[in-house]
Structures are given as C-alpha cells and as structure tokens.
Ligand binder design. Structure first.
Ligand SMILES: [Zn+2]
Ligand SMILES: [Zn+2]
Length: 137
C-alpha cells in the first residue's frame, strides 16, 4: 500500500472511524491513480476487486471521504467531475481539447494572497478546475 493511502487509513482510525473494504480500496485506488478518475471509473475499479460491493456503497463512501476532507471532488466546466486525494494540486482544463493540467498549489499563492488582501476573500481552488485554452491550439 502507498504512503498516501496508509496515511488516510491511519487518519480514519485515529478519528474513530472504521476501515471498511470500500474505504480502503478507494484510498488505494486514488493514491495509485496515474490519471483523473470519475466516480464511475472508481466504481469500476472497486468492483473489479470486490464485485460484491454495491454501487451505492461506493458512491456513499466517496461522499464521506470528501466530506471528511480526505478526497477532493474536482468540478470541471464541462464533463464529469473527478476525484483525487485532497490538497495535492490544482487543475487547469482546456475547453478545446479537454486536457486537464496538474498545477502545483503554490502556483496560485500570489493570486490567492491578493484576493485575500483586497477583498478579504479566502479562495478555495481544490474543488474547481479552471477553464481556458492550452498551448496546443
Ligand atoms: Zn487544449
Ligand atoms: Zn490532478
């Protein structure tokens, strides 16, 4: 198991929450994902390993992991939202080709600080992919 997945399971345990098969599997899938996974992608991977787990359990588990702050559901302007371990990076999405770019969170620090100073507004980018056009067009 990866360190990231182990860290989530440890945090669940120390928060007094049970490590269910679905929780463990989803943590492992997201920690090992080389791409951005939709809820349907995640459900498919879980059911590959454990066909007996109900779809509703998988979706509910994803919701819980998001609500507890372990996982971010990232919304795109177009297309299905996707899921990732919380707080790792932000996203730019090209409106022309649909490609999603990962950008380190620090790339937005200046902008976020300026909004905070000017408007007293604390911007949370973790759940939003920002739309634009990539360098391929
Ligand atoms: Zn593009
Ligand atoms: Zn990403």
């Amino acid at each position: 198991m990866s360190d990231d997945a182990a860290a989530i399971l440890a945090a669940l345990r120390s928060g007094g929450r049970r490590i269910t098969t679905a929780r463990r599997l989803i943590a492992e899938i997201l920690a090992g994902a080389g791409q951005h996974l939709s809820a349907a992608d995640i459900a498919l991977s879980v059911r590959d390993a454990h066909p007996e787990i109900h779809l509703s359990t998988i979706y509910r588990t994803l919701e819980s992991l998001c609500a507890w702050g372990f996982v971010d559901q990232v919304h795109q302007p177009v297309g299905p939202s996707f899921f990732q371990l919380a707080g790792t990076h932000h996203h730019l999405v090209c409106q022309q080709c649909g490609r999603i770019y990962d950008v380190p969170a620090a790339a937005f620090d200046d902008w976020i600080a300026r909004l905070r100073d000017t408007y007293g507004f604390e911007l949370h980018l973790g759940q939003t992919a920002l739309a634009g056009r990539c360098c391929d067009h």
